[in-house]
Write a new protein. Structure first.
Length: 231
């Protein structure tokens, strides 16, 4: 009876949304339940309500069903988008042909940029190392849009995956940072960040680089191809 009274006072929808907003790599029902100290049945029930309200969505990645928030925890950064784009374009202007240096900066900010990777979000798995490469590549496709805090509607798809599941190419489109070549340093930062972050998490060397891009008048038509290789 006491537990029921306490549950009535809790806002489970908000607690679940807060947990999902803090997880770039999604969460399972079990990891959500453990994180907010409640039962799987309670989480399942409220996730169904949140899906109905279109506040969360789920993706099946290999053996696991991961839940993501449709609302990012960085909404306030929308107002900073013009400032960030101006910073990127001026970096390009003041430091032309410095792609490698910009990528190194991306690697260097891994420990200070708080894009959390939830290592408990896979039915008690200890780390992402327990996923197969194919599952990992699929997961990266799903979380890339959530990591790009300045793009709410960015689209990501896998255009190439080798037979050994060690190399994949992702095509990013409909991005605010594809409105002109002056913003491309953003993606050099991103590739540096991804290669360092994934290398640390997987305890393997991971290469990430820009393969190709095309900028058109419409950002919906513009795209950039980024490769990730597990060495």
């Amino acid at each position: 009876m006491v537990a029921q009274e306490q549950n009535k006072k809790r806002d489970f929808e908000q607690e679940i949304l807060d947990s999902l907003r803090d997880s770039s790599f999604g969460m399972t029902i079990t990891s959500i339940a453990e994180g907010i100290d409640t039962t799987r049945n309670t989480v399942y029930r409220y996730l169904a309500l949140l899906e109905g309200k279109r506040k969360v969505f789920k993706k099946k990645v290999g053996r696991y069903v991961l839940y993501f928030s449709k609302e990012k925890s960085w909404e306030y950064l929308d107002n900073m988008r013009p400032t960030y784009k101006s910073l990127i374009s001026n970096m390009k202007k003041e430091f032309p042909n410095s792609e490698d240096s910009i990528k190194r900066i991306g690697k260097g900010i891994v420990n200070s940029l708080n894009l959390q990777i939830n290592l408990e979000g896979y039915e008690r798995l200890e780390s992402l190392k327990d996923l197969s490469n194919k599952e990992l590549f699929e997961l990266i496709k799903n979380i890339l849009p959530l990591m790009n805090i300045f793009d709410n509607d960015v689209t990501v798809k896998i255009t190439e995956l080798d037979k050994e599941n060690k190399f994949a190419i992702y095509q990013i489109s409909n991005s605010n940072m594809l409105e002109g070549e002056e913003y491309l340093y953003h993606f050099h930062l991103l590739t540096g960040f991804l290669s360092e972050k994934l290398s640390n998490v997987l305890d393997k060397k991971v290469s990430c680089k820009i393969e190709k891009y095309e900028i058109f008048k419409s950002r919906e038509d513009s795209y950039i191809n980024i490769s990730i290789e597990i060495l």
